[in-house]
Structure formats: C-alpha cells, structure tokens
Ligand binder design. Structure first.
Ligand code: MN
Length: 156
C-alpha cells in the first residue's frame, strides 16, 4: 500500500530515481526540498514521516519570510531514500527534468502528524540552512490536494 502510487508512476529501468522501499521510522526526522525543473519549475517539499517522505509540490518555493504563504500541492509519498536524490529524470518519464537539492536538514513535529494529515493541519519546526523556524501546512477546504505552506510569525 505504502508507496504504491510512487511505484506505479515510474519505470525503474528507465529513471535513475530510487526504488520504492519503505524505511524504518527513526527518532530524528529529516526533510528535503528539491528544486525540480520539470515541465514547470517547482520545489518538492518532503517531510519524513513513518518511513516515507510526505511530499508537496510548491510552485513558487517555500516561504522564507514570516507570514508568507505558498500553495503546496500534496503529491504521492516518496521513499525515504529520495531524500538524497539528485539527477536527471529522462524524457518521457514521469517528472522528466532535473532534480537538485535546494535545502535539507532535520525537522521536529509540533502537532501529531497522523492526526494532522487527516485533519489538514500540521505544525513543525524546520532546522535547515534556508528553512528555519516554525512552519505550518494547512489544507485548503474542499480540495484534499491543495494545501498552504505558511511560515509562522515567530523568531527562531
Ligand atoms: Mn517534482
């Protein structure tokens, strides 16, 4: 069940992306943001949770200033090993284009994520190079895919 959508969309004989293998949940949670030059440039915002990377595509990139909010479209869970992926997805494959790590690090969940994903509200603290401090992901009503990534109005 986990990663089924990820695997379905990809031909691992053709794409250099990691295969869909589930990893164990650890105490330290990692995140990565990958700049993805696909048909449309976007940033893939991925938070480790229960052995996979919960993933959102952020067309304009994550907010860096307090109170800024950006549309974040929920996409399929990615395998934990996707965290270190950089490279070129070949033409004709899903997400064709280049992927480069834009920021990475650890993060801490402030609100419980299992509940938050269902309810559409997550709060967490980013400890990256570019992304620092408290953020929230809030689902926009009526569309399960559309969320807002919001930088909280707090100093780190
Ligand atoms: Mn992408």
């Amino acid at each position: 069940m986990a990663l089924a959508e990820y695997k379905k969309k990809r031909d691992f004989k053709k794409t250099p992306e990691p295969k869909g293998i589930l990893s164990k949940q650890k105490k330290t949670l990692h995140f990565v943001v990958q700049k993805h030059h696909a048909r449309a440039l976007h940033y893939d915002f991925r938070l480790e949770h229960r052995g996979v990377l919960k993933s959102w595509a952020v067309p304009k990139g994550p907010p860096l200033k307090a109170k800024e909010r950006r549309l974040a479209v929920l996409v399929e869970d990615h395998p934990y090993s996707y965290r270190t992926f950089e490279g070129r997805i070949p033409k004709g494959e899903y997400g064709a284009g280049t992927v480069k790590i834009w920021d990475q690090g650890v993060y801490a969940q402030v609100t419980p994520f299992d509940d938050g994903i269902k309810k559409g509200h997550l709060t967490f603290v980013m400890l990256g190079k570019k992304l620092k401090g408290e953020y929230a992901l809030v689902r926009i009503e009526k569309d399960p895919k559309n969320w807002l990534l919001i930088k909280a109005n707090k100093k780190v």
